[in-house]
Unconditional design. Structure first.
Length: 727
């Protein structure tokens, strides 16, 4: 197959026939009759609405298929519209414009001659000059032309601006026939609709158009882009001075132009400016939705706390009797003390490390409330966490999104203050994963008389989204917090749990150093200094050592967790190596720098509300239709199909980042820790990684990297105002 170093080839010719065309993603396989040699060449790739007979200039790279021989995989193409009157008549008569027959075509060509296509494309208002063509027919011709050429025009426009044409399908899906007008006239709409890539597409287009770098529209877009990026790093706001400095550094925009842009964005209510929470002498700049969400959390918490709990909770005797009857367990004094006090709290938090009994308390609270005929709803931030909560409680648990009917992609939510949840108690597990937006919607969807209990390990990594909600709630002391410190007897038998608590306190884990796995235990540290050796050892552990010793499935039971994507021991390289060794299936679909095979372990990377698959959901590729470019993924019995334009939403998951593993547990985890990961070596990251392993943890790397992580208990602090608002 072609590699990144393969030279490109450009061919001109006409489409002899279309072998396959997928109307959903425009994937095409066709035969091109070349103009130079009259040979038939198989071309494949994205080509919207291909028609036999049309002239094309195609650029791509050669591939050799085991069955079909040499093929040209298109990276771009250009429609070569016919110049002769005969060619124009044939082209317009091909049927791509519905309702336009031979008579209409004849009239058009009779009026505009060899300029017919140019008039339709550039001056369609003149179509009514033709006898027999009224406004309705002219509109049909214009719409048909736009529909046929719209996506192609978008691809060509991106290509002319030095941008990847792979963006075209999603842009056209979003804006339809207006896509090209958006790109030309309002490109910075993309910055809002396609976070990340959209800004750079828009900025490239704008700069290529000759507009000055300090154009007010561009400066405002740059300011918003910086704020959104910082929000993507977890920050609720940015200090105004820092925002201006970054605008100068990143985009070469003078400070005064940045100040003006910030003020204008505030007037337009895109952003909110107020005194910085931690330093009233400075100004904080918020994206307006984040400001409203954070302020809304504080207001709603205060409102809930102001509503008194009038029903007295059960006494210790009733609690003990009920728990013994329903759960057949006797609770230790620490747990009983929590239960004696928690029922009188409108909002409460239960926090603690692994093995301290958080799940037991959830089961106990649920059992007691049910005995009092109270309606309890169990929930968690992610599908994985909700499924785990359901398994350990033997009760139905919902994701917060599903519970609220929250569909951000459609900008709507079913449960809010006007239509709140009908529940006496809402218990949320893995609360450290709740970001600011999600907490705002959760609180807004609760009745003022309901009780909220948040359960989570505050020492884990914070939510992927913006904010530091659980930590801010605890530190503000506005919400009653119960911290569990005592480790259950059964948990004390686990070296994993004991080491997790040592790491939490900054102490080195109790480890058995070895080159392989000598004696049977559940926690190992393997000293290795060379990244390539670490990779080879990970492969050996996954393929042989762990399955032979612990009878684990190499793909489904073992998860490699690494701090970062790049580098020899990053997810990108590890996934390629592990796929090669763990999945020998010869069927391979290569696209967008990735290769997928049936049997691959994959992870969905963004929230897709149409497919009802969310960021972090894991599945297995059940089938690949190479001809149609369709990948089918099995998510715990539910099959979801991806076409070629959607495949950037999934990635191989033999190795994933520690952040992506939040809320999940695996029978065995392997954690490479190297000094190359320096920027991400943090105590809470190591702690989170280790607590993902249920029965086996293997840390591979250097003692120095381990020491760096243990000492680094001051990871980059997120800028959040919730703590101050609650106080």
């Amino acid at each position: 197959m072609a590699t990144n170093n393969t030279p490109t080839t450009t061919l001109e010719g006409h489409l002899e026939r279309v072998t396959y065309y997928n109307r959903d993603n425009h994937y095409t396989i066709a035969k091109l009759r070349t103009a130079a040699t009259a040979n038939l060449v198989t071309v494949l790739g994205y080509m919207p609405h291909p028609n036999a007979g049309e002239a094309l200039r195609v650029t791509g790279t050669w591939e050799t298929h085991a069955r079909y021989g040499q093929q040209l995989r298109m990276t771009s193409f250009e429609t070569m519209l016919p110049a002769s009157i005969e060619g124009i008549i044939k082209y317009l008569s091909s049927g791509f414009i519905k309702g336009v027959g031979p008579k209409t075509v004849s009239r058009l060509v009779g009026r505009f001659k060899d300029k017919t296509l140019e008039v339709i494309e550039k001056d369609p208002g003149r179509l009514t000059e033709v006898n027999g063509i009224g406004a309705e027919t002219a509109s049909r011709i214009i719409e048909g032309w736009k529909s046929h050429h719209g996506l192609r025009s978008v691809m060509q426009f991106l290509q002319d601006n030095g941008l990847k044409t792979s963006h075209a399908v999603k842009i056209f899906k979003k804006y339809g026939k207006e896509a090209l007008d958006v790109l030309r006239d309002d490109p910075f709409r993309l910055a809002h609709d396609f976070p990340g890539a959209g800004f750079y597409i828009a900025d490239t287009i704008m700069q290529n158009s000759g507009i000055p770098p300090d154009d007010p529209e561009r400066v405002q877009a740059c300011v918003l882009h910086i704020i959104r990026n910082l929000a993507g790093e977890g920050n609720i706001y940015v200090n105004r001075d820092r925002l201006i400095d970054r605008c100068e550094q990143l985009f070469g925009i003078e400070a005064e132009a940045c100040r003006t842009a910030i003020d204008n964005l505030a007037v337009a209510k895109e952003i909110v400016i107020e005194a910085a929470p931690a330093d009233p002498g400075k100004q904080a700049v918020y994206l307006r939705p984040l400001y409203l969400a954070e302020a809304g959390i504080a207001a709603r918490i205060k409102a809930l706390l102001s509503y008194p709990v009038t029903t007295p909770g059960p006494d210790r005797h009733l609690i003990t009797t009920e728990i013994l009857h329903k759960l057949a367990i006797q609770l230790p004094s620490e747990q009983l003390e929590v239960l004696e006090n928690i029922f009188s709290q409108r909002v409460a938090i239960i926090t603690g490390g692994p093995g301290t009994g958080k799940t037991t308390l959830i089961r106990s609270i649920t059992a007691i409330y049910e005995s009092l005929a109270k309606q309890v709803i169990l929930s968690a931030p992610t599908g994985r966490a909700a499924r785990r909560l359901s398994e350990v409680t033997n009760r139905k648990a919902f994701t917060i999104h599903k519970l609220l009917g929250l569909r951000p992609g459609e900008e709507m939510v079913e449960k809010d203050r006007d239509n709140p949840l009908s529940a006496d108690v809402v218990i949320v597990d893995e609360a450290s994963m709740i970001d600011t937006f999600l907490m705002f919607h959760l609180l807004s969807g609760m009745h003022i008389s309901s009780q909220l209990i948040l359960v989570g390990d505050v020492f884990q990594l914070p939510a992927v989204g913006p904010g530091n909600v659980l930590s801010d709630l605890i530190q503000s002391r506005s919400v009653k917090t119960f911290e569990l410190k005592k480790i259950f007897r059964q948990a004390r038998e686990s070296t994993i749990i004991l080491n997790a608590h040592r790491i939490r306190r900054g102490k080195p884990p109790a480890i058995k150093e070895a080159d392989v796995l000598p004696e049977l235990t559940d926690f190992y540290f393997v000293e290795q200094h060379q990244p390539e050796t670490v990779v080879n050892l990970i492969v050996e552990l996954c393929m042989q050592k762990i399955p032979d010793r612990f009878a684990f499935d190499p793909v489904n039971d073992i998860q490699v967790l690494t701090p970062m994507h790049k580098g020899v021991v990053g997810t990108l390289h590890l996934n390629q190596v592990l796929q090669e060794h763990l999945n020998p299936n010869p069927i391979t679909l290569r696209t967008a720098g990735q290769s997928f095979k049936p049997g691959d372990k994959v992870m969905h990377l963004i929230n897709n509300y149409q497919k009802k698959i969310f960021n972090g959901d894991s599945g297995t590729i059940s089938d690949i239709d190479l001809k149609n470019g369709i990948v089918s993924v099995n998510y715990e019995g539910r099959i979801v199909e991806y076409d070629l334009s959607d495949l950037d939403e999934i990635g191989l998951a033999y190795a994933i980042t520690v952040h992506k593993a939040q809320g999940s547990e695996y029978p065995a985890v392997i954690i490479p820790m190297m000094t190359q990961h320096f920027a991400l070596l943090q105590r809470n990251l190591l702690y989170t990684a280790i607590t993902r392993g249920k029965r086996l943890v293997v840390v591979i790397g250097t003692q120095k990297a381990l020491d760096i992580a243990l000492k680094n208990d001051r990871p980059g602090k997120r800028l959040s105002g919730l703590y101050h608002r609650l106080q």
